[in-house]
Design a protein around this ligand. Structure first.
Ligand code: GLU
Length: 279
């Protein structure tokens, strides 16, 4: 039995750029150097933004870069019933509530400077609805998201949660910073946080490698693992690649897609070397 299982889990919402190449190589190399397994998962539950042609391009571009993966590619869209089961388990324990607020409602209630500011912590408006108000809102057919009641969720734990980041001493996880996080959006059946944590557990991932931007998410994912009885992997966060303007690469940076580099005549070896990997 090999001891390490890593994964790369892009969303097929665009072509992979150099930053994705770096992330994929990081996970792949950690697995291969340890004689472990490297898995590929496509996080494609957002049907508005994900496209099959980007999914196909991801596989092609990773293979071109010299990566191979173990077992079939997992498509999240094929597992919606499993995410629903996880949500139902939380709901049955009274840890979720429906939230009917719009982004503007939330920003207004939180006093955020910009309407629709998605970073605003949810002020708890719908948590405070009583059963009659909640039932009346649901009866109108208004769309709603499912939010985790963070205070109740933390209170339901047997004790404090330890979180281990690669190369660091274990520390206490503090998911409270997320507030009442959305676990199923109005327009998608489950959130990134729920699906990624679920899949890491069922796929037996032991080492989650991903960008620094997702470092805070580990605290929330640790909570979901504890609530849902899933094992806790080790987390390693890698640096984010920036473009010439100093901003981190994003899918809008078409010039830096793996495909554009290939079409411009760069070899996979050159791209790997540019990213600091010698296979
Ligand atoms: N689909 C997520 C992304 O592309 C994956 C994050 C993760 O590795 O957990 O950012």
């Amino acid at each position: 039995m090999s001891s390490i299982v890593t994964r790369f889990a892009p969303s097929p919402t665009g072509l992979l750029h150099l930053g994705h190449g770096f992330a994929a190589l990081t996970a792949w190399q950690r697995a291969r150097q340890a004689g472990g397994r490297f898995l590929l998962r496509l996080e494609d539950i957002d049907t508005q933004r994900c496209r099959p042609e980007f999914a196909a391009a991801i596989l092609e571009d990773l293979a071109w870069l010299g990566l191979d993966w173990d077992g079939p590619v997992r498509m999240q869209s094929a597992h919606l019933a499993d995410y629903r089961t996880a949500l139902e388990s939380l709901a049955a324990r009274g840890l979720l509530y429906p939230c009917f607020c719009t982004r503007t409602d939330i920003a207004t209630a939180a006093g955020a400077p910009h309407a629709g500011d998605a970073t605003a912590r949810y002020p708890g408006t719908c948590r405070r609805l009583d059963a009659t108000e909640r039932a009346a809102k649901r009866a109108t057919g208004a769309p709603f998201a499912w939010r985790l009641d963070m205070e109740r969720a933390c209170a339901s734990l047997a004790g404090p949660l330890d979180l281990t980041l690669d190369g660091e001493a274990p520390r206490r996880a503090s998911p409270e910073a997320f507030g009442d996080v959305v676990l199923a959006r109005k327009d998608t059946p489950a959130s990134y946080h729920l699906c990624a944590t679920h899949d890491d557990a069922v796929q037996g991932v032991t080492l989650v490698t991903r960008g620094e931007d997702l470092r805070p998410a580990a605290d929330l994912h640790r909570l979901l693992q504890a609530l849902l009885g899933w094992p806790a992997p080790l987390y390693a966060h890698h640096r984010l690649l920036c473009g010439p303007d100093g901003r981190r690469l994003a899918k809008r940076d078409h010039a830096e897609t793996l495909r554009a580099l290939r079409e411009a005549g760069q070899s996979a070896g050159e791209v790997r070397a540019r990213l600091g990997f010698t296979l």
